[in-house]
Design a protein around this ligand. Sequence first.
Ligand SMILES: Nc1ncnc2c1ncn2[C@@H]1O[C@H](COP(=O)(O)OP(=O)(O)OP(=O)(O)O)[C@@H](O)[C@H]1O
Length: 261
Amino acid sequence: MSEQYVLETRNLVKEFKGFVAVDDVNLKIRKGHIHALIGPNGAGKTTVFNLLTKFLIPTRGQILFKGKDITPLKSAAIARRGIVRSFQISAVFPHMTALENIRVALQTAENNSYSFWKSGASLNKLNQRCMELLDSVGLAEFANTTTVELAYGRKRALELATTLAMEPELLLLDEPTQGMGGEDVDSVVELVRKAAQGRTVLMVEHNLSVVSKLCDRITVLAQGAVLTEGEYGEVSADPRVREVYMGTAKDKAPAEQEATQ
Ligand SMILES: Nc1ncnc2c1ncn2[C@@H]1O[C@H](COP(=O)(O)OP(=O)(O)OP(=O)(O)O)[C@@H](O)[C@H]1O
């Protein structure tokens, strides 16, 4: 096992009543990389994410984090080890302010009750860290805004900040630009780039322009199995990749997406 891989899966399989949703998947995610998992609808991307975070139990195979077998661990233990997932699953409370949401996330990360922060000095420290996290996602001026009043893109930035409060070593991003248009997509690209500093990111993303801008390495899934892996240029030029993307509305083939951007 090489130290250069933060995460590896070995012959990972997930079957649902005999239907093979994830078929012998071997992933190798290099430390410090932004790695994309792409593929047409139903390829198995979400199922792989659910296996990695143990929302689902693998039928067979192994998951290794920094060389250690984490296959038997439960979700909470995996998060404590440093694998944290954001987006798609809303991690924010709509009727709290942005700052309060971050505070809850920090307290959860500390696995502690309010008592930990009870003294004046530690409360100040907590508030300072909240503001740093808000600032890191461009939300400092919205600290006292109720979350429900934030625009969609800002809610997602807040979600990312609550995830960063957990200090992930491996950040799993589930379709970070889903449901967004032009400007919001550009700001998410910048946010992810910033959030990726000093850590490793694995992301499922349908927008291939985003993938081309952000990702060091791409794994293409089709029908549950790895079709190919490589840098964006190699993968997007692969006729097999173009073929699996054909005929799906949501996932235009890489060349088509480029042409429309
Ligand atoms: N709980 C389940 N029970 C039965 N089949 C499932 C279950 N979850 C997923 N599947 C099937 O597994 C396959 C892979 O689904 P998955 O959601 O992982 O694909 P995906 O690549 O994330 O697709 P999308 O891009 O549309 O989100 C699909 O055929 C899906 O119907």
